[in-house]
Design a protein around this ligand. Structure first.
Ligand SMILES: C[S@@+](CC[C@H](N)C(=O)[O-])C[C@H]1O[C@@H](n2cnc3c(N)ncnc32)[C@H](O)[C@@H]1O
Length: 289
């Protein structure tokens, strides 16, 4: 009797949770749809974003030779997809925002790379809709932070990768000393603590809301551990300021170049590698049982 009662109480709660997650996914899609047209403006030219972007390019190129089949999760406007297609990779580029997918198709056409890029409107939470086998999967600059069920995404990534295939992600981290210092010094302690929140956190963008989850690298890897072995991870943007402080970078260019060198030298060091604006993590798909 008690079991029946608890089951009947649990069912509506599960339904409410599923509806809330669906609503959050829609909010996030609307937010990115709303910025897609201008997404590469100042952001695309942001030198601090370009540095982090190139770190993922290097990791993918170090792991996989040209000609490999790649899946891009959360491709945005297709900057990475075109860069990899130019280097001879075959790319399936996916995004949850239809407007971003349109931008990727347009970029591929403009670069005469349409034959090397297949852009599809598929969210990371919908990977069961994709078929085929990939040599590598990558996700650059935070799409994985918008996924409600990381374990389910991990299982789908494992299904889509050949055994030994690589998964390379740059993920927004939980401990960003620059951010904590920047906001705490201005007395904005709530903002300084945003990344400490557990679960989905609302982040404003263009008068819309993105629902993001923040991770430590080890926390992130836990959802993948069943299907992937960990090759390594490193901090991105630990000593360098985060991209939204690019004006600070411009005012203190020489000093920041030194900080950039510290990032390169120490970003993979013990303890430090768990911090930074983002972290870059590389995993290898285990053989299927
Ligand atoms: C910060 S942008 C990064 C875009 C691109 N990877 C880049 O490096 O420029 C985040 C992207 O993730 C996409 N995104 C958000 N939630 C997603 C989801 N659940 N599945 C797939 N893409 C998602 C957004 O539409 C957006 O294009």
């Amino acid at each position: 009797m008690a079991a029946i009662r608890s089951r009947t109480l649990r069912a509506p709660r599960l339904k409410r949770t599923a509806l809330a997650i669906e609503a959050q996914l829609l909010d996030t899609r609307l937010a990115f749809d709303s910025v897609a047209a201008d997404y590469d403006g100042p952001r695309g030219n942001n030198v601090l974003i370009r540095r982090m972007r190139r770190a993922l390019w290097k990791a993918v190129c170090d792991e996989l030779p040209p000609g490999s089949r790649l899946l891009d999760l959360g491709c945005g406007t297709g900057i990475d997809a075109v860069a990899f297609a130019r280097r001879g990779y075959r790319v399936t580029a996916t995004d949850w925002s239809a407007r971003m997918v349109e931008r990727t198709r347009a970029r591929a056409a403009h670069a005469a790379m349409s034959s090397g890029i297949d852009a599809q409107h598929v969210g990371i939470h919908q990977l069961d809709q994709l078929a085929g086998e990939f040599d590598g999967i990558y996700s650059n600059l935070g799409p994985m932070n918008c996924v409600p069920d990381l374990r389910a995404a991990a299982a789908e990534c494992a299904r889509l990768l050949r055994p030994g295939g690589k998964l390379v992600c740059s993920v927004i981290g939980r401990i960003c000393p620059w951010e904590i210092g920047h906001y705490a010094l201005r007395g904005r302690f709530g903002r300084a603590r945003v990344r400490a929140a557990r679960g989905a956190t609302p982040v404003g963008m263009n008068r819309h809301t993105i629902w993001a989850r923040y991770y430590l690298p080890r926390e992130f890897y836990r959802s993948f551990a069943e299907h992937f072995s960990l090759c390594g991870y490193r901090a991105l943007g630990l000593f360098m300021p985060p991209p939204y402080l690019v004006d600070y970078y411009r005012r203190h260019r020489r000093w920041c170049h030194r900080l950039g060198r510290l990032d390169e030298r120490l970003g993979a060091a013990l303890v430090l590698r768990g911090m930074g604006d983002h972290f870059l993590i590389v995993m290898s798909a285990r053989s299927r049982a």
